[in-house]
Write a protein that binds this ligand. Structure first.
Ligand code: NDP
Length: 465
């Protein structure tokens, strides 16, 4: 009973996390539903095997952990988590801590935290995929602060480091950590989609070969767009299929998968009336991508769009600038949603700390997040696009985004996320919009009343009957 912590679920993420914990000097006990997996895991743990206690029953797992115990669950979100908690609780003491480290929907985490009552429970979001889990993920914690403090030494040790700061932060009570992870994933969807859209312009509009596209992304990864997603996009574009010798991108089907976290973010944004159009567009784009046969029928019916851009219409520099503007706008939307949730759920979600925890370890890590952390710290509560540094960047780059969206529209290249980013920007700089017409229509058919520019609300129009 000397393990510092226990872990259930030795799948991709759980196995990597367990090795990371052991590697950082914490003895760990592990259990997996399928015992053979536990044995294989332990046999493959190499030098770390001595730090790991493999167990074959939950009772054995519990008996292997020092009190008060802490046990991480790394099983698929949903019923599996509820089932594991139900199986584990009767074996635990009242002050033992259960930590759900999977990708739970934060509403489920709120419910589980409520159901736990005084029994210790944490929900933590872990980002960074298998590599992150093994060598340093970004960790977003939720639940009672005192429970976080009980395991923060382990979590800080295994987390990614930005300079010397651990990317592990307590976000707030209940589902706060899983909520922040969901917004992270929403931003991830939009960032990926915008990169894919720019790839489409290079491929179809500029006739660039995958290798040249790869070089372009690699060059951008040396500039202001420096980020994990731009870096790996360059590597994906540059890769060759060992089977056919063709560029990998040519052999990959253009139908994107998803596990639902982006969708949760979009659904929650609607409940919160938080406008995140670029993230919504990215989720919609994935849904549309899977309608492969319908799109092929559409091309047969309507004909392929002209696509090819006349020479010199857009430069690679313009594309880079457009991607910068789009990226700022999608992050601004994500952070704005966090502010709305904070107000609505009674959390005090710390925006600069969130930007900081995303600087290393996670999928959306980027040079720009460093500046975002600074800007959000200086200018709390304001939409990121109005923070001086980012307002300047948008002033410098929004015309490039406009050129790209306009040329793409003229040549039939679909840019759902970039164009929605531009519409968001233009809406946010229009002091007098067009919702006066909406209010007129609503009053006309429903007597909903409207506010007048010269004062007062609840007015009605002279529409007659
Ligand atoms: P895997 O499918 O690789 O592993 C799932 C693990 O859960 C296996 O150990 C499996 O055991 C166990 N399991 C499955 N169902 C049950 C059940 N009903 N009861 C008990 N154990 C069960 O999943 P991942 O490691 O990829 O994902 C785990 C969690 O981490 C998920 O919530 C996922 O969303 C999240 N996550 C994943 C990331 C990734 O990049 N993969 C990134 C961030 C979070 P068995 O061997 O018996 O099948």
């Amino acid at each position: 009973s000397n393990a510092r912590i226990g872990l259930i679920g030795l799948g991709t993420m759980g196995a990597a996390l367990a090795l990371n914990i052991a590697d950082n000097g914490f003895p760990i006990a592990v259990w997996n539903r399928t015992t053979a997996t536990t044995q294989e895991f332990h046999a493959g743990a190499g030098d770390l095997a001595g730090m790991i206690t493999p167990t074959e029953t939950l009772e054995e797992l519990v008996a292997s952990i020092a009190k008060p115990r802490a046990i991480i669950l790394m099983v698929p979100a949903g019923q599996a988590v509820d089932d594991q908690i139900a199986a584990l609780r009767p074996l635990l003491d009242d002050d033992d801590l259960i930590i759900d480290a999977g990708n739970a929907n934060f509403h489920d985490t709120n419910r589980r935290a409520d159901a736990a009552g005084d029994l210790p429970f944490l929900g933590i979001g872990v980002s960074g995929g298998e590599e992150g889990a093994r060598f340093g993920p970004s960790i977003m914690g939720g639940g009672k602060r005192a429970y976080w403090d009980r395991v923060s030494d382990v979590l800080n040790a295994i987390a990614a480091k930005h300079d010397d700061t651990a990317c592990a932060t307590w976000m707030g009570e209940g589902g706060a950590g899983h909520f922040v992870k969901a917004v992270h994933n929403g931003i991830e969807y939009a960032d990926m989609q915008m990169i894919a859209e720019v790839y489409g312009i290079m491929r179809d509009g500029m006739d660039m070969a995958p290798a040249a596209i790869g070089e372009t992304f690699a060059a951008w990864d040396d500039g202001p767009l420096k980020s994990y997603l731009v870096e790996i996009s360059g590597k994906v574009a540059a890769a060759t299929d060992p089977k056919t010798g063709k560029p990998m991108l040519e052999v990959i089907v253009d139908a994107a998968g998803q596990k639902g976290t982006g969708r949760w973010t979009v659904i929650e944004a609607q409940h919160l009336a938080a406008p995140i159009p670029a993230i919504e567009a990215a989720v919609v784009a994935r849904n549309l991508s899977s309608q492969l046969e319908t799109r092929q029928a559409g091309e047969a019916l309507f004909g392929a769009a002209p696509h090819h851009l006349p020479h010199d219409t857009l430069t690679l520099g313009t594309l880079e600038q457009a991607l910068m503007a789009g990226k700022i706008l999608c992050y601004a939307q994500g952070f704005d949603m966090i502010v709305k949730a904070s107000e609505s759920f009674g959390w005090a979600l710390p925006l600069p700390e969130i930007a900081k925890v995303w600087r290393a370890g996670c999928i959306i890590r980027s040079a720009m997040l460093d500046d975002m952390a600074t800007a959000l710290g200086e200018d709390t509560g304001r939409n990121l696009m109005f923070a001086p540094r980012f307002a300047t960047l948008l002033q410098e780059n929004h015309n490039a985004l406009r050129q790209v969206v306009a040329q793409a529209a003229l040549h039939g290249l679909p840019l759902p996320a970039l164009s929605s980013g531009l519409a968001y920007f233009d809406t946010m700089r229009t002091g007098r919009g067009t919702a006066n017409m909406i209010q007129g229509q609503r009053d006309f058919f429903g007597a909903h009343g409207f506010a007048r520019v010269d004062g007062g609300s609840g007015h009605h129009g002279p529409w007659g009957s």
